[in-house]
Design a protein around this ligand. Structure first.
Ligand code: FES
Length: 105
């Protein structure tokens, strides 16, 4: 399990989102109601950036066709997406947001 340091918490204010690139993999970080979440940024339906979507009820709405993904699980909860996006475990230490990446992530 690798721990990867990303943004300072002050760089991701309450109810905002941002993309961080891990190598060539874009990951969307969310601060929703003071909790941090991380999902693959690219929608499982097509090439849209989930970090640009609206967030409500702990879900992000894809800005392209409106599929919603659960921030806690990455599950696609509404069409047209049917496949989940990868979700990552997030920890905060010393005011930095860390992602926990498993070997296959
Ligand atoms: S690209 Fe996200 S729902 Fe189509």
């Amino acid at each position: 399990m690798d721990k990867i340091k990303t943004l300072k918490t002050s760089e991701l204010p309450l109810n905002s989102s941002k993309v961080v690139n891990l190598g060539d993999k874009p990951i969307a970080l969310f601060n929703y109601e003071g909790e941090y979440y991380a999902l693959d940024d690219i929608c499982s339906h097509a090439e849209a950036s989930l970090s640009e979507g609206d967030v409500y009820d702990c879900k992000v709405e894809c800005p392209l066709h409106g599929a919603e993904f659960d921030l806690k699980t990455g599950d696609a909860v509404t069409l047209p997406a049917t496949k989940p996006v990868m979700k990552y475990k997030v920890n905060v230490e010393d005011d930095y947001i860390f992602l926990e990446m498993t070997q296959d992530a």
